[in-house]
Design a protein around this ligand. Structure first.
Ligand code: MN
Length: 137
C-alpha cells in the first residue's frame, strides 16, 4: 500500500505536462481526472481553493482547472492569490463552473482567470481547452 496522503491529493500517470484540477465535487473531479489521465496528462487534484494554491506552489502545474464554488476557499479567491504571486501568475487558470450567467464569466476574468468553461461540459471539451493552452501531453 502507498502511504496515506496527508491531503486529498492524488497523482496519476507520469507524463510531463501536468494539470491541476481544483474541484470539490468528487464525481466531476474523477471524470475529468480519469479522462485527462487516459489522454496522457499527469493530473493532480485538490478539493478547495486553499489546497489548490498549496499544490500549485509545490508542483507548478502547467495549467489549473479551477471550480468556483468550493468550501474553505472559493475559486475566485484562489485565482486572485495565484495571479498576485509573481512566480505563479504565468500558469493559465481556467474557470470551470456550473454558473452559466455572463456575469459569472466576467467575475472569473476579473479575478484573473485566463479562460472560462461552464459546466456541464464533456470531458473531451475540457481536454480541447487544456490543449489550446498547453498543447498535447
Ligand atoms: Mn463546486
Amino acid at each position: 500500500m502507498d502511504q496515506p496522503p496527508t491531503t486529498r491529493i492524488r497523482v496519476h500517470g507520469a507524463s510531463v505536462k501536468t494539470i491541476l484540477i481544483v474541484e470539490d465535487n468528487e464525481d466531476n473531479r474523477l471524470i475529468y481526472s480519469q479522462y485527462l489521465t487516459h489522454g496522457g496528462f499527469r493530473v493532480l487534484e485538490a478539493t478547495n481553493g486553499a489546497e489548490g494554491i498549496e499544490v500549485t506552489r509545490r508542483e507548478r502545474p502547467d495549467i489549473v482547472l479551477m471550480d468556483i464554488s468550493m468550501p474553505i476557499m472559493d475559486g475566485l479567491t484562489a485565482t486572485r492569490a495565484l495571479k498576485a504571486d509573481a512566480d505563479l501568475r504565468a500558469i493559465p487558470v481556467i474557470a470551470l463552473t456550473a454558473h452559466a450567467m455572463a456575469s459569472d464569466e466576467a467575475m472569473a476574468r476579473e479575478a484573473g482567470c485566463d479562460g472560462y468553461i461552464s459546466k456541464p461540459v464533456m470531458p473531451k471539451d475540457v481536454r480541447a481547452e487544456v490543449e489550446r493552452w498547453i498543447g498535447a501531453p
